[in-house]
Ligand binder design. Structure first.
Ligand SMILES: [Zn+2]
Length: 237
């Protein structure tokens, strides 16, 4: 019986180990989450800059074309002005010229602003693209550490699973089924140590008669209070 309890206790320990290590393996460490999102942000910024440059270049071409049209109109009015026949016609052409000159000034301002933006954005993109290869390499280096840590965990899990299979094959089906049922019912703790004559899960004292039976080791003893299987380890009472 004590052999069975040793095996059940070890099995439970290995099952809990697998559960917690799996969780650890599948949770990206906080410092790496930040590093990872900071790196993705850098990539996004470069992509956004490229997109904005394309848009600004297009806007700039459109504005330059508009400016050329407006300057063409201005020349046309200047020519008309030299050939006007009446003062009424003269002031009408002057008005048109006034309008087109205002448009020209506005378009020139837009072109200037776009050219400034293009210059700044190109410089920023250049700087970011230059540092990107090094940043990518550093990022992969950090991810490499995490991936190798995951590989170590996977190796530990593999050996734990082998031990679990081995333990399970040595425990009789009826006892395994009872253990499994209890594991599920009691949140992964089916077998609990007795420490200082008390159940270590619910801390209720074990009756002297039950203590005697435990020490004799001939039957499975359950805690009166939480109904878990009690495990008495004479080397660690
Ligand atoms: Zn208990």
């Amino acid at each position: 019986m004590s052999g069975l309890l040793d095996e059940l206790y070890r099995l439970q320990e290995r099952l809990r180990f697998v559960q917690s290590r799996e969780r650890e393996r599948d949770t990206v460490p906080a410092e790496l989450t930040e590093v990872d999102s900071a790196f993705r942000e850098k990539l996004d910024t470069v992509a956004r800059l490229k997109q904005r440059l394309l848009e600004a270049e297009l806007e700039n071409r459109r504005a330059s074309a508009e400016l050329a049209d407006q300057q063409e109109k201005q020349k046309k009015y200047q020519a008309q002005l030299r050939n006007v026949q009446s003062s009424r016609e003269y002031s009408a052409v002057l008005n048109e010229m006034d309008v087109v000159e205002k448009q020209i000034r506005a378009t020139e301002d837009r072109v200037l602003a776009l050219e400034e933006e293009l210059e700044t954005s190109r410089a920023e993109l250049k700087g970011r693209e230059e540092s990107l290869p090094k940043e990518t390499q550093e990022h992969e280096e950090r991810m490499k550490d995490w991936r190798s840590a995951q590989r170590v965990i996977n190796e530990e899990l593999e050996s734990a699973r082998t031990e679990i299979k081995d333990l399970e094959s040595r425990i009789r089906p009826r006892e395994r089924a009872e253990f499994q049922r209890l594991l599920e019912k009691k949140g992964g703790l089916a077998v609990v140590r007795v420490v200082s004559n008390s159940c270590s899960a619910c801390h209720v004292k074990v009756r002297p008669a039950a203590m005697q039976a435990l020490k004799a080791g001939n039957e499975i003893i359950y805690c009166d209070s939480c109904r878990r299987i009690l495990y008495y380890d004479p080397h660690n009472p």
